[in-house]
Design a protein around this ligand. Structure first.
Ligand code: GLY
Ligand code: MN
Ligand code: MN
Length: 445
């Protein structure tokens, strides 16, 4: 692993802090049942600053004072030969300090007492309160331990800053190392979507298609799906967070798949919708072409200086015009947008930040006003995912019943516009039908 970007990010945060001490714990292990835990994944903020993969670890950053330079201090598990026989390698503080380029490292057992020492006489604490009650209590105990020494002249920090607010701003703009990982996660997921298009066929089950994704993700070195895959045949496509994935696919239905993977902590998030039998029906093609036109308009709106809201605005305009043309709605484009009547068929937003977390860190607005949307800048990464979901209703033509379409790509804002990281997953009607015609119902290689 290249440790330089992690070191650079610590230095950037320390420079921003100017003074004080930051505490960034990693995630705890989570029990699944009895003595079995979920696969471990580090906290995203902690990973961003360290790359250290073990649980029970905390990063403490101390901004420089006087002649003392800034310090990165890692607390982690001790070496334990017996436990390593059962559960695998542990760095231990000494090897971790060296491998992760920290200034000092200590056993996690020393954390509480050392934190109280380190906090004394610091002007500010950088911590994110309110996310974990146990951590809030631990921090309060350390502050109180310092306050108890007031009579011997020790002072607790007078200021507490939300360190996540600063890290969120940093995480919004990806560095080259992050973009390379995101491209890898995107490319693996594209291969998996292509594989699924060729595997799906009437009679196969949604979970069997899901298995193709899991196989392709792991085969290419992704550690996990970035979120539970949605493999939704027919009417299930109109359930936005459908994850049961347990129904057989039927001839004549569409299949909506929202699935992405994680590579070294970075996510991809792709949705494709295609016909189970390889050919779009007339009504399916009408809705699909509309969503694709909305997505094309949204992507065209992404460039430096545009706002986060602009792609959504562009997509909604195209979708509403199409809903009127298809007689799903009545009225004018402006009237339908004003009333929000389109939300019956398009009820979510057109995208979100993407990064380590699939719905990544970072504010979308810079203030409370309707026009306070954040401006896009090179290095930001976001999804573009318009959709149209038509549940059966008396006032909707029967041909459209149960058609659910979403098309989602991952996009990097560049100096001149944007780049689609997920362009290798086919999305025009012609490209999808051609790929499916090449081999439908294929078993994975
Ligand atoms: N897969 C989650 C999302 O698209 O937001
Ligand atoms: Mn998404
Ligand atoms: Mn998605």
């Amino acid at each position: 692993m290249n440790i330089t970007p992690f070191h650079q990010r610590r230095l950037s945060l320390l420079q921003h802090m100017q003074a004080g001490l930051a505490v960034i714990p990693t995630a705890p292990e989570q029990v699944r049942n009895r003595d079995t835990t979920y696969p471990y994944r580090a906290d995203s903020y902690f990973h961003y600053l360290t790359g250290f993969p073990e649980p029970e670890a905390v990063l403490v950053l101390v901004a420089g004072r006087g002649n003392d330079g800034p310090q990165s201090i890692l607390f982690c598990r001790e070496k334990d030969v017996d436990k390593e026989i059962w559960d695998g390698f542990r760095h231990g503080p000494e090897a971790a300090r060296e491998a992760f380029s920290c200034d000092a490292a200590f056993s996690i057992k020393e954390f509480d007492s050392k934190l109280a020492e380190l906090l004394a006489d610091q002007p500010a604490l950088w911590f994110s309160l309110g996310h974990d009650a146990d951590w809030d209590a631990r921090i309060a105990a350390a502050l109180n331990a310092v306050r108890a020494q007031a009579r011997v002249g020790r002072r607790a920090p007078a200021l507490i800053h939300d360190v996540r607010a600063t890290l969120d701003e940093m995480r919004l703009v990806k560095d080259d190392y992050e973009i390379a990982l995101m491209q890898k996660a995107a490319s693996i997921a594209c291969t998996a979507h292509r594989r699924a298009m060729q595997f799906a066929a009437p009679g196969r089950f949604e979970y069997a298609v899901e298995a193709e994704f899991l196989h392709e993700f792991r085969r290419q070195g992704s550690q996990y799906p970035a979120y539970p895959p949605i493999v939704a045949g027919g009417a299930n496509a109109c359930i936005l967070h459908y994850v049961d994935n347990n129904r057989p696919l039927r001839d004549g239905e569409l299949l909506l798949i929202d699935a992405g993977c994680e590579v070294d902590g970075y996510a991809s998030d792709i949705t494709r919708t295609f016909p189970v039998n390889g050919r779009f029906s007339g009504a399916q093609a009408d809705v699909y072409a509309l969503v694709l036109a909305a997505q094309t308009a949204a992507i065209a709106a992404i460039k430096p200086g545009a706002t986060f809201h602009d792609p959504h605005d562009a997509a909604v305009r195209v979708l509403v015009q199409g809903m009127l043309d298809l007689k799903l709605l009545e009225g004018s484009v402006a009237g339908v947008i004003e009333s929000g009547a389109f939300k019956r068929f398009y009820m979510h937003r057109t995208g979100h930040w993407l990064g380590m977390d699939v719905h990544d860190a970072g504010e979308y607005k810079t203030g409370p006003g309707d026009h306070d949307w954040r401006s896009l800048a090179p290095g930001m990464t976001l999804t573009v995912e318009p959709g149209c979901y038509i549940r059966p209703a008396d006032d909707v033509p029967v041909a459209f019943h149960n058609i659910g379409v979403r098309i989602e790509d991952d996009v990097l804002v560049t100096q001149s516009g944007c780049e689609i990281l997920t362009a290798d997953a086919p999305k025009t009607i012609a490209a999808i039908e051609e790929l499916m015609a090449e081999g439908q119902g294929l078993d994975g290689q």
